[in-house]
Design a protein around this ligand. Structure first.
Ligand code: 2AM
Ligand code: CA
Length: 257
């Protein structure tokens, strides 16, 4: 199954690559939440291919998600373009993210960045790979030696009260080597899996943003949790991922509200 899914993601990725740095028709879902015709087109092509190969498996995809999904059933989570703002602005941190879940448990995760030609893959209990080579998380054990990824919800503009978000940033800035805000949750999780980031946290995400990256990070030896440190599920407002070693230290800095 995974090789079929990789081929399908590559088809989607080719469309992203062909349209990167081209003039795009950009629409707004909210004041800073963008969508382009490429998001819709990649989603259409990937969904058609999935339907053809795996007709009985439900697909939950960003641009056509329904509310009444039975997540107990086998399901694909698809984000056709994760990092749409990056895509629109020509920042090359953009990916197709596809995951296969059975009974709410991740079985396969694929995150493909066609611009940087990075294909992250993982199957449960079989390790995580970047372009076919095994990857694993960093061995950094202290916050002071850590690079931390994060992201901010699109609602940050409307919400007005962002003091807690700023306080978390302050805590990380004052305790780590630095913060990166790269703009793709799927790739942030993969960069934690690859040992580039030592930890990552974000709120306000949807299943298709994190479903694939979560398996990849776990299979690379990392740990994923809620803000309180308990098990992460898609209903949790916050996701925290790390190499495992700094996990509690990271939570200590951000679990402040
Ligand atoms: P997107 O590019 O597919 O929209 C940036 O911080 C990351 O968070 C991206 O992966 C972005 O996904 C996602 N993101 C931010 N706010 C979001 C929201 N309200 N709903 C879904 N995804 C969001
Ligand atoms: Ca998207």
């Amino acid at each position: 199954m995974i090789s079929d899914l990789v081929s399908i993601c590559k088809k989607g990725g080719d469309i992203i690559k062909d349209n990167f740095n081209k003039k795009l028709d950009v629409k707004k879902k909210s004041s800073i939440d963008l969508v382009t015709d490429v998001d819709y087109f990649v989603e259409k092509v990937v969904k058609e291919e999935l339907d053809r190969k795996f007709p009985s498996i439900e697909i939950i995809a960003e641009e056509s998600a329904l509310d009444n999904i039975e997540e107990e059933k086998p399901v694909f989570y698809l984000d056709p373009v994760d990092g749409t703002t990056n895509f629109v602005h020509g920042f090359p941190f953009v990916a197709v993210s596809l995951a296969y879940y059975v009974k709410n448990r991740g079985e396969i995760g694929i995150v493909y960045n066609p611009i940087m030609e990075e294909l992250f893959t993982a199957e449960r209990s079989n390790g995580a790979f970047l372009n076919g080579k095994a990857i694993k998380v960093s061995s950094t054990g202290e916050m002071v030696n850590s690079l931390i990824g994060t992201g901010f919800p699109y609602s940050i503009v409307e919400s007005g009260d962002n003091e807690v978000i700023i306080q978390r940033l302050r805590n990380i800035l004052e305790s780590s080597r630095g913060i990166r805000r790269a703009g793709s949750a799927a790739l942030d999780l993969c960069y934690t899996a690859k040992g580039v980031f030592d930890g990552y946290y974000e709120s306000g995400l949807k299943p298709w943003d994190v479903a694939a990256g979560k398996i990849i990070l776990e299979e690379a030896g990392g740990h994923v949790s809620s803000l309180g440190g308990g098990e992460y599920d898609f209903n949790e407002p916050w996701i925290v991922g790390s190499n495992g070693l700094i996990h509690d230290h990271l939570i200590d800095k951000i679990n402040i509200s």
